[in-house]
Ligand binder design. Sequence first.
Ligand SMILES: [Ca+2]
Ligand SMILES: [Ca+2]
Ligand SMILES: [Ca+2]
Length: 506
Amino acid sequence: MAAAVLFVSSVSLRAQSLPDNIDISGSPNGIVTLPGTVSSVFTNVFDRYTKITAPNGRSIHFLLQSNVTDEMAVRAREVMRFYLTDAPGTQYGSNKTAIANRMANVDATLVYFNTEQAAQQAINGPLGNTNLFFQDLYATESIVEGSSSYISNNNRDATLEEVFHLVHGAGIRNGLPAYHSEMTAAKNAAKTAGMYTPPFGLPVQDEVFEYIISVIDVYYGFWGHDPDGDGTSFGGEYIFHTQADVIAGDPAGVTAMLKFLPTVFSFDCTVASQFNGTFSLIFNGGVEYTHKSQYLTEVTLSGNNASGLRGNALDNVLAGNANNNVIDGRGGVDAAVFQGVFSEYTVQCNSASITVVDSVPARDGTDTLISIEELRFADQFVDCTWQDLGGGTVGSHGAVSLTGNGSLVGGSVAGLDLTNAPPGVLSLAWLSFTSVPLPAFSGTVFASPFSGQFLFLTNGSGALSLGTTWPTGIPAGTEVWFQFLVSDPSVIWDITLSNAVKATTP
Ligand SMILES: [Ca+2]
Ligand SMILES: [Ca+2]
Ligand SMILES: [Ca+2]
């Protein structure tokens, strides 16, 4: 069991503290060498640093000892960020600004040691006299998603626990005293009912800290695999080990947890660089790690293996690494994230997948997306429902522009809008189900061979708006091309071509 006690240093000995202005902006992962300008009380023990900046501009610190990997430190920081992200609709967590500010104001610091022994040595020395509100965590109890320890489930992960202790102790206890009291009441009820048994010797005022994190750890799936094989968690302290168990057996505890935290464990998870294979967020009883991964929603591959991601039924935010990845969102409205701006990529919408090719070497590679509904580039979000294929020509009123709109979900409204045509002229809409692009009229007709054609008249502004209810029952991935041939006596052929648009049903 990891250290669970919250350390607050003696007021009379307050001396060294950490500045708020340690600059981490130059580091891609936000981890920097601990500057030599801070007190040797810190540099004698720790070598690296990262932080979360609270809304008030002050810092929540992370001090890192040598064996704490960057992956571990980023993970702990992102778990903290998750805890401090507003959880809409919750009684105490819908606006966490005051909690984060309070933590920063008391110099809340995660002191991340190599081992428990290293922590004891440092805390019994000068570090114990600093002006910090600190909580310890050890590299030996840190399991990064996708690492060999994570896959084999053979080691305790204390990150969720220790990071929440810091939020609870430095932020919630005095910032939300009514909430602290509610959690204490849930703890007392669980203790009376024999569901929660605190470890021997734990001061009674510390029990609520250990109890609520038992609920949190179990709810987010960290004990589902039942490492002790006895149907409990935390070495028997808490008698539940799966989310279903704890919801059914300790609803008061779950209710308390969900007054501050969301039901979905949406921390920004980066899979360890060593991982090779398809990282799955779908529970499979034969794959131990999926007891945990089934609750993740936001996952990024790192390193350079040609690995894949398989999302779950939740709305996922997924990103590959520098190699070529297959990213399958499965159910839900899923997003794939890319590092560069849209113009740097080629996006090919196929019938059952989307291929995204990065023109910048060694960045995102060529990724294949399946059941992904949104592509997030650095400058814009795009989807494959409506694609502008170009191919149009310039007429007497400029380039005739065609856009499509609507989600193409059966029963919803879909439309086409034509602009920049001459006023009051005949316009022929071509519709094609199998595009064989045809160079014609000085442009390219993509809606060819046409499967249907319809005649319309533009209005006095040279525009045309068509709307319809999209039919139900059209299979996902069905493609339809649209393009207009516009009468324009001032150009050769008497015809101006609009650009073509391609619709792909979701
Ligand atoms: Ca999904
Ligand atoms: Ca990639
Ligand atoms: Ca999906």
